[in-house]
Design a protein around this ligand. Structure first.
Ligand code: TUI
Length: 308
């Protein structure tokens, strides 16, 4: 029997927090770790200096394990890879690219590495380079996504690698946690359900937009230009789709969305901002403390498991 993620990471619950660029600060990651899951500092929207400050802030606020997510399209990714080593960060997750060139240095520093991947081939490659596990992220997720669903991806990843597999995408409750174990995962990564935590430092308007969302209220923009991103439908996504259909190229579309996530997170601009969220937004009904979100998930998991 493979180890559960909580044993692997020496944490209470088998749950990792998603990287969530521009949202997951050092404070928030520490809150998540203190609530019993693995908190992750999302380096996505940061520069290297800020990244280092956030790591130090997180260390001040928790004595539990935590991690960092290095978004590989970030221009400072090389420097962040080095800073994570210097700061002796316990865990690294990566997103939006191939972290192969960093693996040797990270492993030599004794860091646990869990790349987020959206297809089997890269998962296999990174497992062979010594990844401690792979986070198989289905396209139900918010933000930058791949092609496959969690349901299709996780079992195929399980068959392809001997390393632990963590399921991500479409997970916000006990039923989905149970399903993730059935699919072959040893734990889960969640993001959207933590946006509606009391501790999450996003604008109140963003939280309310998630709570209002129904099952059909997310959309994937940018598939046609190779930059698929899932967020809540709003005026921004309607205009994006219009430009995409009119044949705009990636550069034009990127110019249009520049700073849009920050507008949503910091200013609460729910019309023109980019409200990244997964398909589970429709099942979230209230703002709760992080600890309660995790406890609810575990209680519901136990209940459903007993029933079936
Ligand atoms: O990375 C994510 N989700 C993200 S990153 C992000 S920041 C951003 N902001 C604005 C526009 C775009 C992004 C928001 N959400 N999830 C992990 C993930 N990684 N999903 C898919 C992938 C992925 C894709 C291709 C991983 C590797 C990959 O490999 C390409 C290659 O080089 O082989």
């Amino acid at each position: 029997m493979v180890m559960k993620l909580n044993q692997l990471l020496e944490i209470e619950f088998p749950i990792i927090q998603g990287g969530m660029a521009n949202i997951a600060t050092g404070d928030f990651a520490a809150d998540v770790s203190n609530a019993g899951a693995l908190g992750i500092i999302g380096a996505g929207g940061m520069r290297a200096e800020e990244f280092q400050r956030q790591i130090r802030r997180c260390k001040e606020k928790t004595r539990k394990p935590f991690g960092v997510n290095i978004m590989l399209m970030n221009p400072d990714a090389d420097r962040m890879a080095q800073i994570a080593i210097e700061e002796q960060v316990p865990v690294i997750t990566t997103g939006a690219g191939n972290p192969g060139k960093y693996m040797e240095g990270w492993k030599a520093a004794g860091i646990k590495v869990f790349p987020v991947v959206s297809a089997v081939a890269l998962g296999k490659r990174l497992a062979s380079l010594g990844a401690d596990g792979v986070i198989a992220e289905g396209c139900e997720s918010g933000g930058h996504i791949g092609e496959l669903t969690t349901m299709a991806l996780v079992p195929q990843m399980r068959e392809a690698v001997t390393a632990p597999v963590i399921a991500a995408g479409g997970i916000a409750g006990g039923r989905q946690l149970l399903a993730a174990f059935a699919l072959g995962a040893c734990g889960v990564q969640v993001g959207t359900c933590l946006l509606v935590s009391q501790e999450c430092p996003i604008h109140e308007n963003y939280k309310q937009a998630i709570l209002r969302a129904r099952d059909n209220d997310t959309i994937v923009t940018g598939r046609s230009v190779g930059a698929p991103v899932r967020c809540l439908k709003n005026a921004m996504t309607r205009e994006y789709v219009r430009q995409e259909k009119a044949g705009a190229d990636l550069m034009e579309l990127e110019k249009f969305t520049l700073g849009s996530l920050r507008r949503a997170v910091a200013e609460g601009d729910v019309k023109n901002g980019s409200l990244m969220a997964g398909q589970v937004a429709g099942q979230l009904k209230e703002i709760l403390p992080l600890r309660r979100i995790f406890e609810n998930m575990m209680e519901s998991y136990e209940e459903v498991r007993g029933r079936i």
